[in-house]
Design a protein around this ligand. Structure first.
Ligand code: B12
Ligand code: SF4
Length: 334
């Protein structure tokens, strides 16, 4: 059984007018259009953590997996065709991705006898529509880590039944969608294996210390995808940091948590360990922090801290994050 996993280009925008209009209205903001040019270079340097979480359980169970990342290589279609997989799994973060993905999988279906699985945030939010509007055979809804192996084994005939949750598929003319899969214990997941990737092509390695968010801002994916906030133990995260240092010499990371500072005790515990390792990192958070916490983070290697200040002052009061613009300005100066 051969599986190809595909990451679409981070800044794909359709040239078709109809798609362009759809993209425009489907995006949570128009920022993608505005910073497309400068953004592309930055986005292409980020390691696709999503695919490493999907590839690892397959690889660990003896399934042949190959990665195709459109951000770092050309001629994806030709390369996949040459690889001739039984299954192609594609990540789909946002609506513009879907346009690119649909073109790719339609072309693949014409040339290969292949089953297509789509997953990712867009698919999780719109599983029914994804199956309705593309030629995908299956969608993975929610977190795919504990679903993918059973699904691949089902397609390969090794399992008789489909996974009970986290998937969508067609049954005759009907579309069936199950409830999203959510990993309850993040520490139970294996550390994502980076050796399957062309690691030398990436500049910033993503690591997750937690998933979901403690808040429920109405416009955000993590409110719509109703998962609770879960954390990994700092020990497990540091194990991953040490693995990246020892195996790949990587010392620069982006903590791909939506909310790195959701539990400050855990943030501090991590920082105490990071201080010893001479690494640098970026992270995102939801609240202003004390001078002491910021200093600790800086000492531990924090280069950039992105504070979610949301759209505009009109949101103060509607979001339980900050009291006023003054708070944010004071915090930024620290
Ligand atoms: C890093 C990141 C980026 C990077 C991605 C680069 C990279 N190589 O990963 C960059 C900077 C490019 C980026 C850009 C954008 N992003 Co962004 N990004 C993130 C972030 C912070 C982390 C992604 C990540 O690695 N997560 C960790 C992995 C493990 O989780 P995951 O990706 O969800 O993958 C799991 C499942 O989705 C599923 N899965 C995913 N792929 C696949 C594939 C298969 C085959 C299967 C079976 C399953 C599967 O299983 C995975 C394991 O559980 C997330 C928020 C978050 N914390 O997840 C936002 C997030 C994905 N981004 C978001 C948005 C809105 C954007 C932008 C539109 C921002 C903008 N206005 O420009 C652009 C879109 C660009 C585009 N063309 O799609 C939203 C998407 C929401 C939505 N669709 O409604 C998120 C969820 C943030 C949020 N809170 O709303 N982003
Ligand atoms: S704090 Fe950020 S990640 Fe959390 S729900 Fe609000 S916008 Fe989403």
């Amino acid at each position: 059984m051969k599986v190809a996993l595909v990451e679409p280009p981070a800044t794909h925008f359709s040239t078709n007018l109809k798609h362009l209009l759809l993209d425009f209205f489907a995006l949570p903001g128009i920022t993608s259009y505005l910073y497309d040019l400068g953004f592309h270079k930055f986005a292409a340097k980020l390691f696709p953590l999503n695919l490493s979480y999907i590839a690892t359980p397959l690889f660990n169970n003896g399934i042949e997996v190959a990665i195709f990342d459109a951000n770092i290589e050309d001629s994806i279609f030709q390369k996949i065709k040459k690889y001739s997989p039984d299954i192609v799994g594609v990540s789909c973060r946002t609506a513009p991705h879907l346009m690119w993905v649909n073109d790719l999988i339609s072309a693949l279906k014409k040339e290969l006898d292949v089953k297509i699985i789509l997953g990712g945030p867009h698919v999780t939010l719109a599983p029914y529509q994804t199956l309705e509007t593309t030629c995908a055979d299956f969608v993975v809804i929610g977190e795919g880590d504990e679903v993918i192996l059973d699904l691949v084994n089902f397609i390969g005939g090794k399992k008789k039944k489909l996974p009970k949750i986290g998937i969508g598929y067609r049954s005759g003319k009907k579309i069936i969608t199950k409830e999203p899969a959510i990993v309850q214990n993040l520490d139970s997941l294996p550390i994502p294996d980076r050796s399957l990737f062309k690691t030398n092509k990436y500049e910033l390695f993503l690591i997750q210390t937690s998933r979901g968010c403690v808040r429920k801002c109405k416009f955000c994916y993590f409110s719509a995808f109703d998962c609770r906030w879960r954390t990994r133990s700092p020990k497990k995260v540091i194990e991953e940091v040490d693995y990246l240092i020892n195996e790949f010499g990587v010392r620069e990371y982006f903590f791909a948590d939506e909310n790195f500072t959701a539990n400050l005790n855990i943030t501090r515990e991590l920082c105490y360990e990071l201080v010893k390792r001479n690494v640098s990192w970026w992270a995102m958070g939801d609240k202003t922090l004390s001078y002491e916490d910021l200093s600790l983070m800086k000492k531990a290697g924090c280069q950039h801290f992105f504070l979610g200040i949301d759209a505009a002052p009109r949101l103060f009061g509607t979001l339980p994050k900050y009291r006023n613009v003054h708070d944010i300005c004071q915090f930024s100066k620290k």
